[in-house]
Design a binder for this molecule. Structure first.
Ligand SMILES: Cc1cc2nc3c(=O)[nH]c(=O)nc-3n(C[C@H](O)[C@H](O)[C@H](O)COP(=O)(O)OP(=O)(O)OC[C@H]3O[C@@H](n4cnc5c(N)ncnc54)[C@H](O)[C@@H]3O)c2cc1C
Length: 511
């Protein structure tokens, strides 16, 4: 890799997932020459789409939150996200439906939500929502800076932040799960189920995740955006941003080994033997792949806890085109199971839920315009255990087809035609797409009071090697993964400054 005059150094990003792309943009803005190496044929990682007769249909994330995080990525290279991507704010965050036929739409307007919950349930539960909204807002504001926005969160800093708002202690009392906290606030079990579902956004169970995870509601309450054409447009837009600013992308290329050097970043070896010697490497794969030795012994000491740490949930994902009838769908729809205690107990025991909650994204239903009259694109997501905990073999296609489409038919929703096996992504498929992830989609399990402090940080024990991605701090979800990229690049720049300062000192000492 020749050192260009205009670059402060050469950087390699391994993986073009959302964090890899954001890291590439930020490294480029910082002055590095950047090459992104991705084993797949396109950018996005978990933000992927699959072909369908109605066009590419999403097979990964469907909910875009915290848009300012992505605005910032474009801003760092002097551009505006809105100039390159059509993004629409949803009026309805999600339509929630229960087997008894009851239905609740939530929006980003707290007053509208209080009214809607009062009509759906009663005034006591509407008041409980008002309390929950206020409490989770305070949690979000309190933890945002010392947790999400810092590369090195610490227990003392978090403790100090909480002590400034002691009323929060009741909300996050040690040992209190999200379900316990919600059950204290809401007498309507349906609302406990609805807000408890936010634990699954980071691959957890409301019955085991700390009450603190209620703050995930605030990410949605601040706004949910859709991208006409699908979420897979987001990584494409960031890839195009990077290319405009000189970043090189190598697709269909696997990094098979990272070898440490005493005085430079790790040497990167590709399948086929090509060798690159950058100054810094940002690894965007699952950190467990490093710990399991997938990239060689030199870096196997990195993120070593991930070798044995419990994993977050996986999922079953249907992506297909069909004509839907019998139910008035919004863009985001949740069809709840009748018994969520049983659902999460089955998941905790490594079994796919026998009567799952079904999330249905009607990708082509947006704020403007009528619902499509013909074939349209759908993604259905069902929580499933990661392979590490699965004690029962994966279920066959017919079983999943019944569990999904018979259940939806009970709600009145039918599809024509029903999708075939090619439309289904199972945990084992995710395990092969994302090496050493065990099919787990959100890195380590978020269960336990200190889980969020146990994720691997951007800085590793290997000089010049940094981590960015949903498996690293501050965790999963596309905005958090994007923040991890900011942390990685800030840490790289800090390390450069420290190295430069110590080099200067040594020079002066020598003189
Ligand atoms: C079905 C599903 C639904 C989800 N829903 C949401 C949602 O609604 N909202 C939300 O915010 N989040 C959601 N998520 C989570 C979100 O998608 C992830 O947290 C985020 O996309 C992870 O990004 P990442 O940067 O960690 O990279 P990843 O997406 O994990 O990508 C890592 C990339 O690195 C590549 N790679 C790994 N090792 C190598 C190697 N050795 N050589 C070359 N390339 C390599 C991989 O091929 C991959 O492309 C969902 C995820 C899934 C799967």
């Amino acid at each position: 890799m020749p050192q260009s005059q205009k670059h402060i150094g050469q950087a390699i990003v391994v993986g073009a997932g959302i964090a890899g792309l954001c890291a590439a943009a930020r490294l480029c803005a910082a002055g590095f020459g950047v090459t992104v190496i991705e084993q797949a044929s396109a950018p996005g990682g978990k933000i992927r789409s699959v072909p369908s007769p109605a066009g590419p249909v999403d097979a990964g994330p469907t909910v875009m939150t915290l848009k300012p995080v992505f605005d910032d990525v474009f801003r760092c290279l002097g551009e505006k996200l809105d100039d390159h991507l059509q993004i629409e704010k949803c009026e309805t965050i999600a339509r929630h439906v229960w087997p008894d036929g009851s239905q609740l739409d939530l929006s980003h307007d707290p007053a509208a939500n209080i009214t809607a919950i009062g009509a759906f349930s009663d005034s006591a539960n509407a008041n409980a929502f008002e309390h929950f909204h206020r409490e989770t807002r305070a949690l979000y504001d309190t933890f945002r800076s010392p947790m999400m926005e810092t590369p090195e969160p610490s227990l003392p800093a978090l403790g100090a932040a909480v002590m400034r708002k002691p009323a929060l202690l009741r909300a996050i009392a040690p040992g209190q799960t999200l379900d316990t906290r919600l059950s204290t606030l809401f007498s309507d079990r349906r609302l406990v189920q609805l807000f408890g579902r936010y634990a699954t956004y980071v691959g957890g169970s409301p019955f085991e995740a700390p009450a603190l995870l209620g703050l995930i509601w605030q990410a949605e309450a601040a706004g949910v955006w859709t991208i006409p054409g699908g979420m897979a447009q987001l990584p494409l837009a960031i890839e195009a941003l990077c290319i405009r600013h000189g970043v090189t992308f190598l697709y269909n290329s696997v990094v098979t080994r990272l070898k440490t050097n005493d005085d430079a970043g790790p040497t990167v070896i590709l399948d086929g033997g090509r060798t690159l010697k950058p100054d810094v490497v940002v690894f965007n794969g699952d950190p467990r792949a490093l710990a399991k030795g997938a990239l060689g012994p030199d870096v196997a000491g990195v993120a070593s806890d991930t070798r044995t740490a419990p994993r977050s949930l996986s999922a079953l994902v249907w992506s297909f085109a069909a004509k839907a009838s019998g139910f008035d769908l919004s863009h985001h729809n949740v069809f709840f199971s009748a018994d969520n205690a049983r659902e999460f107990s089955e998941l905790a025991n490594g079994h796919p839920p026998s009567a799952p909650t079904l999330y249905v994204c009607a990708q082509d239903r947006n704020r403007h315009g009528p619902a499509p009259s013909g074939s349209e694109r759908f993604e259905i997501i069902i929580n499933a255990p990661a392979l590490s905990t699965a004690r029962s073999p994966e279920l066959d296609f017919e079983t999943w087809q019944n569990r999904t489409f018979h259940t939806l038919a009970h709600f009145g929703l039918t599809f024509d035609p029903l999708p075939g096996p090619q439309a289904l992504t199972q945990p084992s498929d995710f395990a092969s797409l994302f090496p050493e992830s065990l099919g787990s989609l959100y890195g380590q399990s978020p269960h336990g009071m200190t889980a969020s402090l146990k994720r691997p940080r951007a800085k590793t024990s290997v000089p010049g090697l940094y981590l960015a991605g949903g498996g690293a701090h501050p965790g999963a979800g596309i905005p958090m993964a994007a923040l991890s990229a900011r942390h990685a690049v800030e840490t790289i720049m800090k390390d450069r400054t420290l190295r430069f300062a110590s080099h200067q000192t040594a020079m002066h000492g020598g003189i």
